[in-house]
Design a protein around this ligand. Structure first.
Ligand SMILES: CC(C)(COP(=O)(O)OP(=O)(O)OC[C@H]1O[C@@H](n2cnc3c(N)ncnc32)[C@H](O)[C@@H]1OP(=O)(O)O)[C@@H](O)C(=O)NCCC(=O)NCCS
Length: 242
């Protein structure tokens, strides 16, 4: 549950971030410190290109783990073009360069007889793994599914996919292994006031975090231009005969 204290700390952390220039993912010498709360936002069709860029960055093995086959670039583009943002829910985690570093797709059943079922799929960029993003996206999807009236969530994973099966097992899913493939299913409790409030607050924090990241990115870009102009003026002054 997100308490007001956690929310306040998350907002303070977000505004502190504003003053730090963006660094390349995974290049910082400082050890990675897990934040109190990971802002996860629900994303819409205007982010289609970012979703495609994220998925196209996965290597062949990761694509195989994510989709159950080694999807080529064209198949990934077709998957992104076919996303139904009205029926399904897509969640994302952005870094300060507004790169989508982790995303999840909660696909609601298209069969009216199985309306209360949903399938979960997730991917985290290689350089951002092991920070709990996969688990956090899973928790977020569970909360949204509950609030949407879903009572059973399915995860299709290859049996070799220890990380994904760990996430599902820790959440209490039943896992049925069938050779190289495994099906995990998790029975969800019905929505309650807590799940509804928590999702609302988390979405609000994530939207604010995203807006701050957009502003910070614009700020650093303008600063880079100003510095470039200053450097040009200084260089031409140095070249002038004295
Ligand atoms: C599966 C995946 C989403 C996990 O993302 P992640 O952000 O690294 O996951 P987390 O950091 O939340 O770790 C989840 C659990 O798996 C464990 N784990 C992570 N990487 C692992 C690995 N390579 N081998 C074994 N266990 C691993 C973690 O220790 C953690 O368990 P814990 O909570 O008991 O410590 C990521 O590896 C990925 O994108 N893989 C390619 C696509 C894919 O497999 N998608 C899933 C099928 S839909």
């Amino acid at each position: 549950m997100v308490t007001p204290g956690v929310l306040l700390k998350a907002s303070l952390d977000a505004s502190k971030e504003f003053f730090r220039p963006p660094a390349e993912e995974g290049t910082s010498a400082a050890p990675y410190v897990r934040p109190v709360m990971v802002p996860i936002r629900s994303i819409g069709p205007s982010h289609g290109e970012r979703i495609a860029t994220h998925l196209l960055a996965l290597n062949e093995h990761d694509r195989y783990l994510r989709f159950g086959y080694a999807a080529n670039d064209e198949q990934i583009r077709r998957y992104v073009d076919g996303l139904n943002f009205e029926r399904d829910e897509i969640f994302g985690i952005y870094n300060r360069k507004l790169q989508l570093i982790a995303m999840a797709h909660l696909a609601l059943s298209i069969d009216p007889e199985l309306k209360s079922c949903a399938e979960f799929g997730v991917s985290v960029l290689a350089q951002a793994r092991g920070r709990g993003y996969g688990s956090r996206l899973f928790d977020r999807a569970v909360m949204h599914a509950r609030n949407d009236g879903v009572d059973m969530m399915f995860i299709h994973a290859l049996s070799e996919n220890t990380a994904m099966l760990n996430i599902a097992r820790k959440a209490g899913a039943t896992i049925e292994r069938d050779g190289s493939e495994s099906e995990a299913y998790l029975k969800l409790p019905p929505a309650d006031l807590d799940s509804r409030m928590t999702e609302m607050v988390e979405e609000q924090v994530a939207q604010t975090d995203y807006r701050l990241k957009v502003q910070a990115k614009q700020f650093w870009e303008i600063l880079a231009i100003v510095q470039e102009v200053r450097r040009g003026v200084r260089d031409s002054r140095d070249r002038m005969p004295r």
